[in-house]
Design a protein around this ligand. Structure first.
Ligand SMILES: [Mg+2]
Ligand SMILES: [Zn+2]
Length: 148
């Protein structure tokens, strides 16, 4: 049986964005707690929660994979304390010029998650703070996309 998923962006959606900067340390993490009730509501309805994030800083040489993983793990643990279970984290490390298939608005992160978690894309939803998120959702075949 396929499950629907809530795909959720990271920077600007779960944690505060820092203008013109990449978040490179856990000290910079500030949770956006106002989004938690929406995540919990969908989780309680049976949606898997999957975080999808563009991190071009990796391939620009500004961030390491390890830094990004540490930040993501920290976020996962913080959300867990709020009752939110993140089932998967998908990161695009590429720069725009690399023209990869995963940097949002491309749908690659969502498609990979769908394969690995048996996700029903059509009945899934994406929430993000950018049109890149909503477009990635539409490109992956989602019917519901929400820009906050
Ligand atoms: Mg964002
Ligand atoms: Zn990519």
């Amino acid at each position: 049986m396929k499950s629907p998923a809530l795909f959720i962006d990271r920077d600007g959606t779960i944690i505060k964005q820092i203008d013109g900067e990449y978040i490179s340390s856990i000290n910079q993490i500030e949770l956006i707690e106002t989004i938690f009730p929406a995540i919990l509501m969908l989780q309680n309805e049976g949606y898997l929660v999957i975080m999808v994030t563009n991190q071009a800083g990796i391939n620009k040489g500004i961030l390491s994979h390890e830094q990004v993983n540490e930040i993501n793990q920290h976020i996962i643990q913080s959300l867990k304390r709020q009752g939110i279970e993140i089932s998967g984290v998908y990161v695009c490390p590429h720069k725009t010029e690399e023209k990869c298939k995963c940097r949002k608005p491309e749908p690659g992160l969502l498609l990979k998650a769908a394969e690995e978690h048996n996700i029903d894309l059509e009945n899934s939803v994406i929430i993000g703070d950018s049109e890149k998120d909503t477009k990635a959702g539409l490109n992956a075949g989602l019917k519901k996309v929400i820009k906050i």
